[in-house]
Design a protein around this ligand. Structure first.
Ligand SMILES: C[S@@+](CC[C@H](N)C(=O)[O-])C[C@H]1O[C@@H](n2cnc3c(N)ncnc32)[C@H](O)[C@@H]1O
Ligand SMILES: [Zn+2]
Length: 276
């Protein structure tokens, strides 16, 4: 049974089997060639092309596929299988702000003892297009996490990696015994890169627990820190391009980095687990 709903009238959406999804009030949504749906009503778009652009999405894919963040993937998977307990082994897992789909595929699929039906959304159509094209077993749609086209209490596991969060919507869609996993930058994330760009390094701070705890129980934080050795300018650039530094920093400062052909960089993540 589908857990997605019509963004206009909130009734269930069904696969009409004619390359569209349709609701009982005849709102219909075409399935794109790559297999995704666009469920973002035009009046909820704050710009013509909201979310990450094609270049940012390509940069994320190039970097993530090099495997440097795989220790993070392993930690998320271990937490899910060792620390969380679900009522049944068949669960619905949802990647909120999925980008090009790396985490929904790598962290939510093939979990020992669980069978996951995986859905993901992002406000960027480039993100969703790339995710749907590559990860055909998962179901991706364009929407905003501030107004999710998902049924109440239908989702067992929500994963959010470096994306905006909306506690009220997460609360509404989460099943009674479900969990939310939020990955965010811990204080020293990419410290060496920031030090080459800014005169003084300001550690990352987080307000995720404050945002979530009015509505959720904070079960625990797992901090994971490791170093990655980037051994070419090309690899450095692909990491840089998936950070805000690249898109917001002047060329002279960027040259501090792009002139290098190797750099050892700290990766520092918080994985926060919340439940009802
Ligand atoms: C830093 S990226 C992280 C993407 C992915 N989780 C990853 O780690 O590779 C943040 C993502 O949030 C998306 N985003 C921004 N605002 C959003 C919103 N209101 N609803 C859904 N996605 C949003 C962006 O388009 C972008 O893909
Ligand atoms: Zn409708």
């Amino acid at each position: 049974m589908s857990i997605i709903i019509c963004p206009y009238c909130k009734s269930s959406l069904y696969d009409s089997k004619e390359k569209t999804y349709i609701c009982e009030n005849n709102h219909s949504f075409d399935i794109a060639k790559q297999g995704y749906l666009n469920l973002l009503p035009v009046n909820q778009k704050k710009s013509k092309d909201p979310g990450d652009n094609q270049m940012m999405i390509a940069a994320r894919r190039n970097f993530l596929e090099l495997g440097f963040y795989d220790p993070l993937i392993e930690s998320i998977k271990n937490l899910i299988t060792e620390k969380l307990s679900f009522v049944t082994k068949d669960i619905i897992a949802f990647d909120a702000g999925c980008g090009e789909g790396y985490y929904s595929e790598k962290a939510l699929n093939n979990l020992p003892g669980l069978k996951t039906e995986i859905l993901g959304t992002d406000i960027s159509k480039y993100a969703v297009k790339n995710a749907a094209k590559k990860y055909k077993n998962n179901f991706y749609f364009v929407s905003s996490i501030y107004n999710l086209p998902i049924k109440n209490t239908s989702t067992d596991l929500i994963l959010s990696v470096f994306s905006p969060i909306m506690a009220e919507e997460f609360k509404r869609i989460l099943s009674k015994q479900g969990y939310v996993i939020i990955v965010s930058p811990a204080p020293n994330h990419l410290r060496e890169i920031a030090e080459l760009i800014y005169d003084t390094f300001r550690p990352h701070t987080s307000n995720i627990v404050e945002k979530m705890t009015p509505l959720f129980k904070h079960d625990f934080t797992k901090k994971i820190t490791f170093k990655i050795d980037l051994k070419s300018t090309e690899v450095l650039l692909s990491l840089l391009k998936m950070t805000p530094y690249y898109w917001s920093t002047g060329i002279e400062r960027l040259e501090n980095i792009t002139n290098k052909n190797e750099l050892s960089v700290t990766c520092d993540f918080n994985i926060d687990i919340f439940s009802q």
